[in-house]
Design a protein around this ligand. Structure first.
Ligand code: SF4
Length: 449
């Protein structure tokens, strides 16, 4: 019995597949591998790093699908099905768009795939594969990943470990809440500690959606991992900066950097995106200063396309990010993901320019799929492009490096600062004009793209 696991690329620019040199291990592939019995032969392809060999036959090809990679996933599915392999699609996108995914697959999985994977494998071995598996409980917080499947592929030397899934907040653009709903699940802390002890590397990225979603649980985790001497980073809400003692414990446990969704400098926008809770915990500059004082680097993300956004506000936001000497910042236009409140709202108000933008040959990464309220789509695209260029300019990189409490406070952080910023700088042109899917590939029932 042979199964292939596939992580697809998101698309192509100027006819060439998009690649970046900085790729982290996809955790879900290692978790599925750990749940696959040894009598089943498993091969793993990460198309972001190497081409897929379509000449091989598999009993099942399982593809993990995000909205950005949906079109490419359907192209891969079409090619393997044409050659006689059965195809399974799972992940965020098939969960939120199961009927669409079913047009391109023999099997669709909704919810977290790990919870139903053992059943899928036993059904496959028995020749009784169903067309649909739903893991409505979402509870399958899993086993330790089988990391040997990543060997020799060229990933960054950072171990990914999950301690929780889901987030207690419900920002209107975020597919995490659409996927998990109100459920936040935590792995038992002693199991997380055992996994961390088994790793040869001491640099870890916790792949949680929001590692501080439950502050009491986070405190217990920080206390348990402190003796391990790790250096770690994760996604966290800015609520982590509101309590000095909490932040002290987070820093003492080895936190080096946090990815924080600041989203907007305007209260009106934060209210519209259902993020007004972030207004109630303090002034943003002071909260950022709290991280800096503890040597924690801040990677901030901003999103534009909300009612108060104008070209002027986008410029102001870049200057804010540079003047606060942020380790890194992403300036994103709003991508309305299916199943999110903002997608439904844009659809209802007739402001979506491309309904299923993830399948459209007219969609590109650097142009909005909707009409903003206070500017034209072209103005939004140009302003975001200029923001990315300005933040990633050499003068900005130099100015932000003059931050000796966090960004350049030790050799590891200096290395992270330089490498992350240089990759991000190069990525602006690599992603410019990026379109979903690969040219010349067909998907079932559609014309060749
Ligand atoms: S805080 Fe972050 S993870 Fe949580 S809902 Fe908002 S954007 Fe999503």
């Amino acid at each position: 019995m042979k199964i292939a696991l596939i992580k697809p690329v998101i698309g192509a620019r100027n006819g060439r597949s998009y690649h970046t040199p900085a790729v982290l291990t996809p955790l879900v592939a290692g978790l599925i591998a750990a749940l696959t019995p040894p009598e089943v032969s498993l091969e793993f392809f990460d198309e972001r790093l190497a081409k897929i060999d379509f000449s091989r036959h598999y009993d099942l090809v399982a593809i993990t699908v995000e909205t950005f990679s949906a079109l490419r996933s359907y192209q891969i599915a079409h090619e393997f099905r044409r050659r006689g392999s059965k195809v399974l699609l799972g992940g965020f996108h098939p969960t939120l768009m199961p009927d669409e995914a079913a047009l391109h697959a023999d099997v669709v999985v909704t919810g977290t795939v790990e919870g139903v994977w053992p059943k899928i494998v036993s059904d496959l071995l028995a020749g009784q594969l169903a067309a649909r598996y739903d893991n409505a409980a979402m509870h399958a917080l899993p086993v330790t990943a089988r990391r040997s499947i990543y060997n020799g592929k060229g990933y960054l030397p950072i171990s990914l470990v999950e301690t929780s899934r889901g987030c207690r907040f419900n920002c209107d653009f975020c597919s995490v809440h659409s996927f998990y709903g109100d459920i936040v699940v935590h792995r038992p802390i002693d199991e997380v500690v055992r996994e961390l002890q088994s790793l040869s590397r001491r640099i870890v990225f916790f792949a949680d959606d929001n590692i501080v979603s439950d502050p009491d649980h986070a405190r217990k985790l920080f206390k348990a991992i402190k003796p391990l001497g790790l250096k770690w980073a994760s996604q966290a809400s800015i609520t982590s900066a509101a309590d000095p003692l909490f932040l002290d414990e987070m820093a003492a446990s080895g936190c080096q950097a946090v990815i924080i969704g600041l989203e907007s400098l305007r209260a009106g926008n934060l209210k519209v995106m259902n993020k007004s809770w972030s207004l109630n915990i303090g002034e943003v500059s002071q909260l950022l200063e709290a991280y800096r004082q503890r040597g924690i680097m801040v990677y901030a993300t901003f999103v534009f396309g909300y009612p108060e956004d104008t070209p002027g506000l986008i410029s102001e936001t870049v200057e804010f990010a540079i003047s606060r000497r942020l380790f890194m910042a992403n300036f994103n236009m709003l991508y309305p993901f299916p199943g999110t409140p903002v997608y439904l709202q844009l659809q209802k108000s007739g402001r979506l320019l491309l309904d299923r933008w993830w399948l459209s040959p007219d969609f590109r990464w650097d142009f909005p799929a909707f009409r903003p309220e206070m500017m034209s789509p072209e103005e939004l695209a140009d302003s975001v492009k200029n923001a990315r260029k300005r933040f990633n300019s050499l003068s900005s990189l130099f100015r932000r490096s003059l931050e000796f409490s966090a960004n350049l406070s030790d050799p590891l952080k200096a290395l992270l600062y330089l490498s992350t910023n240089l990759v991000s700088r190069a990525d602006i042109s690599r992603k410019s004009g990026l379109r979903p899917g690969l040219p010349g590939c067909a998907i079932a029932g559609e014309r060749a793209l």
